[in-house]
Design a protein around this ligand. Structure first.
Ligand code: PEP
Ligand code: MG
Length: 577
């Protein structure tokens, strides 16, 4: 039966394909005594055999489609499955304790995991704990007759359905076949949504219940333009959506003609449209969409994609690759923003009641200065390869900014004394995403080279509405006059003090927000690469004289977010006449 779920349009485009559920089954079991030991051992050996065959298959597909590095993890899994010390210990446990295979597996695996985790002086062996955990999960699934998702082995076109998607989930997906994402949770600024956009895959997030409503193989439409997920669509719906998809692709082809054009208004005023990226792998999208700069490189993905803190050298390589890839155009790299909804398995941080209001971003960097300094050194070294802006996230007080700048200056001095080359074109800036900083923008502007407004957080902190919580999404209002006043105040504070102001929150690429921001005189608009050409095309239609009064009206006449939506809609209707 056809069912339509309303979610949030997170990444443009339409996908039509069978669903692939990336959801772990319930692997709970009860411990029991067994009478027939032989039969239990045979059942266990069957599970080992099936698991081995399955991992061999996944390994081969992963090697072919994802490459040697991604396939390596499965080689480690095969080694464990073939290791008599591990498999034999489980068999002995079944025989000696006369317990079911599930319990024997669970108890033995826990012992092995504890041993590996205890090898604190050998990080390589410590990492094997994760492999034992994964392999045990697979054997357990076979014992219980459940199916584990195997994203690396996808070999046909699918739409991935998940509760949420982490960077490591996406790293395992075979991009050749994955046509789109649909998730239960998340908003436009959730990391799953950001990743979908950088992969240029249609995505619908925050449907609440897609993982419960859809089964593996059910036909699915993901409409990333309007935020609908349609399960088991009728033939007529499939035909309609194919048409909608074609119209969208035609529109995209029109926008593509602007790839090498500058970003100018109808009256010839020039602005910068930049790209947000998460890793150097996003660079092809930056080029294909004609970005004029990188306005935000979110470095936390470097930390999240790795099993330990990235070394200075690994960071330097990644930053240099991006800076060099920009061929003289500016790259703004943000220091690590871990905390809030971003966690690292290897960074054991205390639980917090309100993580978004807790030790996040620059606050964490200030508590772990060695980690911060390593990143700054890598950034300073990379600055020799092209124009770089170093940007601090979540600054709320002048004291925080001054301390961060002081540490940067110390590292710069040390490197200079060692004769290390540092770029001449290095700027230091801060994100404006805490309302306190927006209010004091004029004072902050005296101490940095630029601002970049992070609306994803600025809105959540201004409206006191968690950016990822569907239940308060009605309060997450980019067009609310309160938010707009803070943005205008920030831009004015920057300009009055002679610095430039950009925006790297999602609002920069929003069609309704854009004319208002242009009217405020925002200098740089940084967005998902796939939004760039749409916004460049919109900019070409706008004349700055026509929108001169828009900012004041939006901030001081309008009373609600809806007033502002109407205001911009009416203006666009008039201009399109
Ligand atoms: C923001 O808050 O607007 C921003 C760009 O940062 P992030 O989405 O990474 O928090
Ligand atoms: Mg932010």
């Amino acid at each position: 039966m056809t069912k339509t779920l309303k979610g949030i349009a997170a990444s443009d485009g339409i996908a039509i394909a069978p669903a692939y559920l990336l959801v772990e089954p319930d692997l709970s079991f009860s411990k029991s005594s067994i009478a027939d030991v032989e039969a239990e051992v045979a059942r266990y050996n069957d599970a080992i055999k099936t698991s081995t065959a399955e991992v061999e298959k996944i390994h081969d597909i992963a090697k072919e489609s994802l490459g040697d590095e991604e396939a390596q993890v499965f080689e480690a899994h095969l080694m464990i499955l073939n290791d008599p010390e591990f498999t034999g210990a489980i068999e002995n446990e079944i025989k000696d304790s006369k317990i079911n295979a599930e319990a024997a597996l669970d108890e033995t695996a826990k012992k092995f995991i504890a041993i590996f985790e205890g090898m604190t002086d050998n990080p390589y062996m410590q990492e094997r704990a994760a492999d034992v955990r994964d392999v045990s999960k697979r054997i357990m699934a076979h014992l219980l007759g459940k199916e584990l998702p195997n994203p690396a082995s996808i070999d046909h076109e699918v739409i991935v359905v998940a509760h949420d998607l982490t960077p490591s989930d996406t790293a395992q997906l075979n991009k050749k076949y994955v046509q789109g994402f649909v998730t239960d949770i998340g908003g436009r600024t959730a990391h799953s949504a950001i990743m979908a956009r950088s992969l240029e895959l249609p995505a619908v997030v925050g449907t609440d219940s897609i993982t419960k409503d859809v089964k593996n193989g059910d036909m699915l439409i993901a409409d990333g333009l309007d935020g609908d997920a349609i399960i088991d669509p009728s033939d007529a719906q499939v035909a309609d959506y194919k048409q909608k998809s074609e119209a969208f692709l035609k529109q995209k082809a029109e926008w593509a003609k602007l790839k090498n054009e500058p970003s100018v208004t109808a009256d010839g005023k020039k602005f910068i449209i930049a790209a947000n990226i998460g890793t150097p792998n996003d660079m092809p999208g930056v080029k294909d969409n004609g970005a004029e700069a990188i306005g935000l490189y979110r470095t936390e993905f470097l930390y999240m994609d790795s099993s330990d803190f990235p070394t200075e050298e690994a960071q330097f390589d990644a930053y240099k690759e991006v800076i060099e890839g920009m061929n003289g155009k500016q790259t703004i790299i943000r220091t690590c923003d871990i905390g809030g909804d971003k966690h690292l398995d290897y960074w054991d941080l205390p639980e917090e009641m309100n993580p978004f209001l807790g030790v996040r971003a620059i606050r964490l960097s200030m508590q772990y200065k060695d980690i911060f300094r390593t990143q700054l050194i890598a950034l300073l070294r990379a600055s020799a390869y092209g124009p770089l802006g170093i940007m601090f996230p979540m600054i709320g007080t002048l004291a925080e900014l001054r301390e961060a700048k002081q540490i940067l200056a110390e590292e710069k001095d040390k490197l200079a004394k060692e004769g290390v080359k540092i770029g001449d074109d290095l700027q230091v800036g801060m994100m404006i995403e805490v309302p306190a900083a927006a209010v004091l923008a004029d004072q902050f502007a005296k101490e940095v080279d630029f601002f970049s407004i992070g609306t994803n957080d600025l809105i959540q902190y201004t409206m006191a509405a968690d950016r990822g919580n569907d239940n308060v999404s009605y309060l997450y209002q980019p067009y609310n006059p309160s938010v707009l006043r803070l943005i205008k105040h920030t831009i004015d504070g920057a300009h009055e003090n002679g610095i430039w102001c950009g925006m790297c929150g999602e609002a920069a690429g929003d069609n309704t927000m854009f004319p208002i921001l242009l009217s405020m005189g925002l200098d740089e608009y940084s967005m998902s690469a796939t939004s760039i050409l749409r916004i460049r095309s919109l900019m070409k239609k706008l004349n700055t004289a026509d929108i001169k009064e828009l900012a004041n009206e939006a901030c001081y006449v309008s009373e609600t977010a809806e007033d502002n939506e109407k205001l911009v809609n009416n203006l666009m209707k008039k201009l399109n006449k």
